[in-house]
Design a protein around this ligand. Structure first.
Ligand code: PEP
Length: 255
């Protein structure tokens, strides 16, 4: 049985100036410092990455960005490249449902970003999840399996020890206060996400990939998710903006 270290990631989305980020990280550090056996990951906006990276330099807190472009350099005004991020970050969130819904990101674009991130030793946190309509039509498994498969096509995963993280985030659970059931998430990971990865890269890798749950996780419901054998942590949006709450979620992942 693969040993997977729990990962709790805070997706700050479009929140926090560099000054505000400084204050949030200062509030987070004392609590996060005492938490062992859990990987803690902060994903601020681009403009706060440098400030946060300086603050967490001598800690075990990891840093990630929320998006990037796949090209390395050139005439792509407004974009950020993998190597620009690799100076600060270990992780990169890719294919978040807000990027898919508001910025038209496709599975093919997510795949290009995944392959570019891996080439620069950034670990992608690949977000997948069905909409409410797809869920109600009984299409969750098909949609999620396709998102995972198309994100990972041609990816060089076998080389890295921790090549990718998948975040299962049903769209209807994000920011709504209506979390999925822990048991339902566990079943979907076991029956859909891991078998999809196993079909492409083998069972050993499928058992090593960490799969997170995301969607209205808070310090009250986190434990229930982390008690499930297939759920290896959480991608936390709104609740990651409050230091006490985020620390509470990380504590819940300690087991
Ligand atoms: C997210 O943004 O990835 C997320 C899960 O948001 P929230 O926790 O606010 O539902």
């Amino acid at each position: 049985m693969a040993m997977r270290v729990p990962l709790v990631a805070g997706n700050w989305k479009l929140n926090k100036t560099a000054t505000e980020a400084y204050k949030l990280v200062a509030d987070l550090m004392p609590g996060l410092r005492n938490i062992q056996g859990v990987e803690k990951l902060l994903c601020p906006p681009f403009t706060a990455l440098m400030a946060v990276s300086r603050l967490i330099k001598d800690t075990d807190i990891r840093l990630g960005a929320q998006n990037m472009y796949w090209e390395e350099k050139g005439a792509y005004t407004g974009e950020i490249s993998p190597s620009m991020l690799a100076e600060f970050c270990q992780y990169i969130i890719l294919g978040h449902s807000e990027r898919r819904a508001y910025f038209g990101e496709t599975n093919e674009q997510v795949n290009r970003k995944v392959r570019a991130a891996l080439a620069h030793h950034l670990t992608p946190v690949i977000c997948v999840g069905e909409t409410l309509e797809e869920n109600e039509a009984g299409r969750a498994a098909g949609v999620v399996s396709r998102q995972v498969r198309e994100a990972l096509l041609g990816a060089d995963l076998l080389a890295g020890s921790d090549p990718v993280v998948i975040a299962y985030e049903p769209v209807w659970a994000i920011g709504t206060g209506r979390a999925a059931t822990a048991d339902g998430v566990n079943t979907l990971i076991r029956n859909v996400i891991r078998p999809t990865i196993a079909g492409m890269f083998g069972d050993d890798l499928a058992q090593r990939v960490r799969v997170l749950y995301g969607g209205s996780v808070n310090s009250g419901n986190a434990k229930e998710f982390f008690a499930q054998p297939e759920i290896d942590g959480a991608l936390v949006g709104g609740a990651s903006l409050d230091a006490r709450t985020f620390i509470g979620i990380c504590e819940a992942a300690q087991g």
